[in-house]
Design a protein around this ligand. Sequence first.
Ligand code: HEC
Ligand code: HEC
Ligand code: HEC
Ligand code: HEC
Ligand code: HEC
Ligand code: HEC
Length: 505
Amino acid sequence: MSDSPTPSAPAPEPARSAKARSNFNNWISAVGGVVAIGALFSFALLVWMDFTQGEKNPYLGIFTYLVAPGFLIAGLALAGFGAWAQRRWMVKHANAPDRWRIDFHSPAQRRGMAALVIGALGFVVLSAFGSYQTYHYAESNQFCGQVCHSAMNPEWVTYRRGAHARVNCVECHIGSGARWFIEAKLNGAHQLMAYTLNNWNRPIDTPIKNLRPAQDTCEKCHWPEKFAGNVEMVFDHFLSDKKNTPYTARMLMHVNTNVPGHPPGGIHWHVNEFERVEYFATDEDRQNIPWMRVVNKKNGTSRVFRTDDFKGEPPADKVRVMDCIDCHNRPAHVFPTANEAVEPAMFTGELTTKLPNIKRGAVQAMTQKEITKDAEAPQKIADFMRGKYNDPAHAVDLPGAINSVQKIFSSTIFVDRKADWRVYPNNIGHKDWPGCFRCHDDKHKTAQGQKVRSSDCTSCHTILSQGKGTDLELLNAKGLEFKHPSGDLDPELSCADCHNGGIQK
Ligand code: HEC
Ligand code: HEC
Ligand code: HEC
Ligand code: HEC
Ligand code: HEC
Ligand code: HEC
């Protein structure tokens, strides 16, 4: 192939010998051949590496099952193209006989054909194996969470510390069945493009508009018959005072109050089999809900609740049927507020409570307006805390505290991605975001003036015990009235009007 002309640089070739020159004998095919052989070798090597150490390296899969086969196919295609171009040129310019004619009488051709069939079979088997592995790889948590590193890092970090850290991304985001698989892959191809072109939103939009109905995904593992009755929860806090006084509320959540023979009741009533709740939100984040309707699934009768200032009817395509995600919108990716992130660290002792006002100090250090990039956060946090605790008496505890606040920051606030609790509300409660109070306030009424039931403080939960430090009120099975730590509350105010997780105004 060395001294032969390329199709683009024609030079008449003398008829040299009886044995005609192969069409593959040209520079383009040669390059293609080298690429293909190289890719084949790398593929073999990478498969071997994937089997021996694949778990450890998230990028290995992408090279093994996407990049290497891509080069192999490109190389083969290039070789074929070279041969085709060469043949065209030869037939046209050199008057050579067209040797691309199948002739079963020729033993050489029969041998070539057999080699071709075996090669093709081998390739099909290899590519089937490759596609299977590619399919698996594209479904893996590593691909979702780590390869798109900078894009999905916040979701990956939050996922890994959640209750679902061992549940694969695809089990919630895709579920089983061909239709959703195809839809997800089309979507995914689009996202991969956006990622490659660095043309994606920061923060990534939420809620996800085409998420599969939660019944199909969540109920694979949490089937309704299994729902608990009451669930006990303990909320441990620290007050923002000098002594960092602990404050605890222990409560029973009335998740499911089903009694055989009675209609379903309790918090999970919203996903019961007889009725469904539909609602209309005026904003993309589904935080402002002026209209909702309870529809009887059997006979179609319904009751509509609306706020006074919402007139008219909502657009039909914007009405959403409530499912698990409308309350559990953060089952895997909880972005705790700065307050919520600091408290558990104080509780476990990771963040010292010896420094006065450390809760407030830590929250302030984390929410400084000056932090505009992930990379500069550690330094700014350290500077802020050194300024605040410059008394020599704090010299012993300060370095540890700085270290721990830096750690809390980096696992909960992602400045580069603009991802934290301020843009990812959690709808499960009502303290730091509107949550349940989006609908359960006294403002939604039927035309007859009937309010939404279960909007008083005892219908969703019973407070068993509450209080500061060791002065916890004794356990009371009948339930206690909530005593707010800073004194009586104005009933006009919602909890989230004051509690915003540490945003500084
Ligand atoms: C237990 C179910 C579950 C698992 C497992 C899960 N997710 Fe999610 N994910 C959700 C839900 C629910 C939402 C929010 C949907 C909404 O509000 O519309 C979400 C939202 C997201 C978003 C959009 C941004 C946001 O925070 O709202 C991204 C990106 C994401 N998930 C990526 C991942 C990745 C990557 C993995 C695996 C490492 C994963 N998810 C695993 C349920 C899950
Ligand atoms: C593949 C199975 C699986 C799927 C799918 C799944 N979960 Fe879970 N979920 C679990 C397991 C297992 C636990 C228990 C973890 C534990 O006990 O710590 C759990 C725990 C929970 C809890 C208790 C949370 C906590 O912090 O203790 C909630 C709430 C929950 N899941 C909601 C959901 C929702 C909503 C979805 C759908 C978006 C979902 N799950 C999808 C397996 C699953
Ligand atoms: C008028 C503003 C305001 C409203 C409304 C309000 N709070 Fe508070 N809340 C405070 C203040 C101030 C503190 C004391 C802060 C501190 O010392 O940490 C506090 C402390 C708390 C604490 C303990 C410490 C902490 O930071 O979590 C809890 C729990 C709490 N409130 C729950 C609620 C709930 C639930 C509601 C709604 C029913 C509510 N609050 C409504 C202002 C308010
Ligand atoms: C989209 C609006 C909406 C949201 C959000 C919402 N609910 Fe409801 N909820 C309703 C409606 C509507 C009813 C039925 C009201 C009626 O018929 O009077 C209801 C009824 C209930 C009931 C009474 C069930 C029974 O036993 O009859 C409970 C308890 C309840 N909700 C708890 C919650 C909790 C807890 C949250 C937050 C995690 C929440 N809800 C969020 C709309 C909502
Ligand atoms: C109206 C809001 C709402 C809806 C809708 C809802 N949940 Fe819940 N769920 C709650 C609340 C509130 C709790 C109590 C725990 C808490 O506050 O975190 C809870 C608890 C749970 C638990 C934990 C129970 C336990 O034994 O620890 C699971 C699992 C769960 N829900 C799954 C689901 C699934 C699956 C769906 C959809 C079929 C669903 N939920 C629909 C509000 C809701
Ligand atoms: C519609 C149901 C519902 C109503 C009504 C309701 N709550 Fe809650 N509340 C919840 C849920 C759900 C949570 C648990 C949130 C979670 O899982 O983090 C909660 C949590 C709390 C907490 C603990 C919050 C924390 O982080 O420490 C307090 C305190 C509380 N509620 C007080 C009240 C008071 C006071 C009222 C009356 C003004 C009230 N609740 C009315 C559903 C309700």
